[in-house]
Design a protein around this ligand. Structure first.
Ligand code: ADP
Ligand code: MG
Length: 619
């Protein structure tokens, strides 16, 4: 029998490839927009007629193509973006397969006009069903315009398969949203049948999200920022009460590429656990940056799925970053521009009946006794007017315990919520702190759990406790202040004073009282309860440097930063010994926090070791 295998002609191969690359007009939109971005355009126009069935055109001001490249760009596997297989693991471009233009040209009428900056004249190519109809020298601005007309003109079955204009336009709009969200530094315009649907300038990410999803979106965004060795996260999640019945506001971008990841989506959902009504979905607009080497984009022809090397780690980091942001939001509703008193109740207590305050007062505890290890009291004593030799750490709590019977608005709320039996983390293993804590290396507090062992980092734990207290006080705007006998006079540079001026209201809500705040002088007559006078200038200096290093652009982050900064300054340090009352108090207060697991800077505050694990070590 004679040979029967033959190579397919190019135009047939292209048509087959087109079946994979081009499912509908929106696929053309995606490929052309991505080419424009890869060409370093800063302005991109998308022009659509009849939902893309008649025309999809993308005009960019990018680097354009030479005469030869213009012609070559329509060949299959013709790309300027990778040269060798290794390059696949270093992708910094959207495209790399070199088949988009070839595929599109196989199933449509394409007109390409392009010019590079150095050239006086550009090139125009007309190509229909893989057949070059003309190639001319052409007067055109720098950049590229690709017009795709009569999509699927030679494949009637595919053309008939297209949905209504409304549906196809929705696909195009989705694609446009994804690409423009991933690139806020590029200006985009989008016209359909002559009317302009979107016109967004170069802007920051928040502005881009708001431009695309409407002005009302602004108030619902909660920033998420996290940077670790393997992953950088930036962007926003929507506040839980703005969650939607649809998944239309869920966006992950990995290295500026829109991706779908059910697994990472799950990480976010679990961070929202307990905050969403059934059937509602969280909104998120998150940019993940990872080493291009650690991902494989090659597994799906339309490239919305990617494979990560270490998905589990990404999951954990993402979940904790989102949780952290939501935690802050729950503590500080007013800082997000509106006050909703219902949100003052942390979500894990919301549906529980109120328990009577369980205040454990150690009658034998004497803050003035000279127990060993009160290293900080020396600092306070040396500094002038502090009347009692209290350690700053103790004084924070002495103040609150003595007041807890009379006032609801002071720190006593912490004690109230610290009834360990109500704390969800210990719901199945009641914490036993009675005489079961001890300090390790003046750094860790070790305690037993029914199920094993708990090791707390004292500095981080105390930062968490103080942070939530300060944030709460800034939020409810009523902190107790302790009057100073003699006003404190401090001097800062005009710039530094300005920073303090900006934070004045928030500082006052923590308990600071300023009698004078001018470029010449700052005079302080009251400080938050428990803050030793000697620490005041250290706190303010720390605050100024934190602000300078991380300029907050909203109230939300300013207050957050203030709380973080003060917590950092005032938290007991490693190397300080704590007596057993202090240790117990630390454990209880930590687990009364809304986010006990992490420090304000997102580091673990404690670790646990299950009995099983301990037993394994003896095998
Ligand atoms: P890929 O993007 O995978 O390389 P394409 O078929 O989409 O494959 O494009 C082929 C080549 O044509 C690109 O590698 C690029 O060099 C060139 N090209 C396509 N569109 C543009 C554009 N808008 N501006 C400049 N060059 C472009
Ligand atoms: Mg491409």
């Amino acid at each position: 029998m004679s040979d029967i295998i033959q190579l397919l002609p190019d135009h047939v191969a292209n048509q087959i490839a087109a079946g994979e690359v081009v499912q509908r007009p929106a696929s053309v939109v995606k490929e052309l927009l991505e080419n424009a971005i890869d060409a370093n355009a800063t302005e991109i126009k998308l022009i659509i007629k009849d939902a893309g069935k008649t025309l999809v055109q993308v005009i960019d001001n990018g680097k354009g193509m030479s005469v030869t490249d213009a012609r070559l760009s329509f060949e299959r596997h013709a790309t300027s973006k990778i040269k060798a297989a290794e390059d696949l693991f270093q992708l910094n471009t959207k495209g790399f397969r070199g088949e988009a233009l070839a595929s599109i040209a196989a199933i449509a009428h394409v007109e390409l006009k392009t010019k590079q900056d150095d050239d006086d004249l550009g090139t125009a190519i007309v190509i229909e069903g893989s057949e070059v109809k003309s190639q001319d020298v052409f007067v055109t601005p720098t950049g590229t315009s690709v017009a795709v007309k009569h999509l699927f003109f030679n494949i009637p079955a595919r053309r008939n398969f297209l949905k209504s204009d409304t549906v196809e336009l929705r696909h195009i709009t989705d694609e446009f949203h994804r690409v423009s969200l991933a690139h806020p530094n590029i200006a985009f315009a989008f016209y359909h049948n002559g009317s302009d649907l979107f016109n967004v300038p170069q802007e920051n990410y928040r502005q881009r999200v708001v431009h695309i999803f409407g002005t009302k979106t602004n108030e619902k965004l909660v920033p998420v920022e996290e940077e670790t060795e393997v992953l950088k996260i930036s962007g926003f999640v929507g506040k839980p009460n703005f969650s939607k019945k649809t998944k239309s506001e869920q966006f992950f971008f990995v290295n500026q590429r829109f991706i779908k990841s059910p697994y990472l989506n799950h990480a976010i959902k679990s961070a929202f656990e307990g905050l969403l009504k059934d059937g509602y979905h969280p909104s998120y607009f998150l940019n993940l940056t990872v080493d291009p080497k650690s991902i494989d984009i090659n597994i799906h022809p339309t490239k919305t799925e990617i494979k990560f090397d270490d998905e589990h780690t990404l999951y954990a980091i993402l979940r904790s970053a989102v949780k952290h942001s939501l935690g802050q939001f729950n503590i500080a509703p007013v800082l997000d521009f509106e006050h909703q008193s219902s949100l003052n109740t942390p979500y894990n207590y919301k549906d529980k009946s109120a328990a009577a305050p369980a205040i454990e007062v150690d009658r034998n505890f004497n803050p003035f006794s000279n127990e060993p290890g009160h290293s900080r009291q020396k600092v306070s004593n040396n500094s002038g007017f502090t009347s009692a030799p209290k350690s700053s750490w103790e004084s924070l709590y002495v103040g609150l315990e003595s007041k807890s019977n009379t006032s609801q608005s002071d720190f006593s709320e912490v004690t109230f919520e610290s009834d360990s039996k109500n704390t969800s983390i210990f719901s199945d293993s009641t914490i036993e702190t009675k005489k079961t804590t001890f300090q390790l290396q003046q750094k860790f507090i070790v305690s037993t759990l029914k199920s094993g062992m708990l090791v707390i980092d004292q500095n981080r734990a105390h930062q968490r406790i103080l942070y939530e207290n300060f944030l709460r006080h800034i939020t409810i705007k009523e902190a107790t202040s302790q009057q100073l006998l003699f006003p404190l006079q401090l001097h800062f540079t005009p710039n530094e004073t300005k920073i303090i001026e900006e934070l004045k209201a928030d500082l006052e809500h923590t308990g600071f009282v300023f009698s004078e705040l001018t470029a010449k002088e700052i005079r302080i007559t009251g400080v938050p309860v428990g803050v030793p006078e000697s620490e005041v200038s250290i706190i303010l200096e720390q605050l100024i440097s934190d602000v300078e290093n991380d300029v907050p652009d909203t109230n939300f982050s300013a207050a957050d930063l203030l709380a973080k900064s003060m917590a950092k300054s005032l938290a007991i340090k490693n190397g300080q010994s704590l007596n057993s009352t202090e240790q117990e108090h630390m454990v209880n207060s930590l687990f009364a926090c809304k986010e006990p697991n992490v420090s304000p800077t997102n580091r673990p505050t404690f670790i646990t070791m299950a009995v099983d694990d301990i037993e394994k070590k003896f095998m």
